[in-house]
Design a protein around this ligand. Structure first.
Ligand code: SME
Length: 171
């Protein structure tokens, strides 16, 4: 397989995320392995999205969140459900948009440089798979366009895991 991630114009966020989702679809196409696709997905986002200092997965092991493939500095390995931004996204199953992590009760500072973040819960057939976490050293780095863009990217990842889910999405 050869895949060349093209540089994307980041001025128009909606177009940027549409293009990135297209690239993610191409990158993950034909592969269903969770770790392989998570690793390539994190690398794609890391190199495309400006002003981030961490992006990656935490997977639910049936008890707590455990770090998965990511880009950035080494991170906390285990996060209890309900703890921090990731644990909150996992329990509420709602995307967390945090403008200032210092104002978020219980925020877990894996990298002291992180100032804002988006965490998207990953749910398949009603079951919690984990969360996708993106951090920035800039306060207020993310807005609703980033939330929608990251959610759309996560859909691409989730659909890549199961051919059944993929055909459902195409129907
Ligand atoms: N910020 C997260 C912890 C994970 S790291 O930032 C990689 C949180 O509060 O859940």
């Amino acid at each position: 397989m050869s895949f060349a991630a093209k540089p994307i114009d980041t001025a128009d966020k909606v177009a940027f995320y549409a293009e990135l989702a297209q690239q993610a679809r191409g990158l993950l196409h034909g592969e269903h392995d969770r770790i392989a696709n998570a690793a390539n997905f994190a690398a794609l986002v890391w190199h495309a999205v400006p002003t981030i200092n961490w992006c990656g997965f935490y997977f639910f092991d049936g008890h707590e969140l455990v770090v998965g493939p990511f880009q950035g500095k080494p991170a906390c390995v285990r996060i209890a459900l309900g703890r921090g931004v990731c644990g909150t996204a996992a329990t509420t199953r709602e995307t967390q948009l945090v403008i200032d992590v210092n104002a978020f009760p219980g925020h877990i500072a894996c990298d002291a440089a992180s100032r804002s973040e988006v965490v998207v819960p990953l749910v398949i057939d009603g079951a919690l798979l984990g969360v996708w976490d993106v951090d920035s050293p800039e306060p207020g780095r993310f807005d609703e366009d980033d939330v929608r863009g990251m959610q759309a990217l996560c859909e691409v990842f989730l659909h890549s895991l199961s051919p059944a889910l993929k055909s459902e999405a195409a129907a």
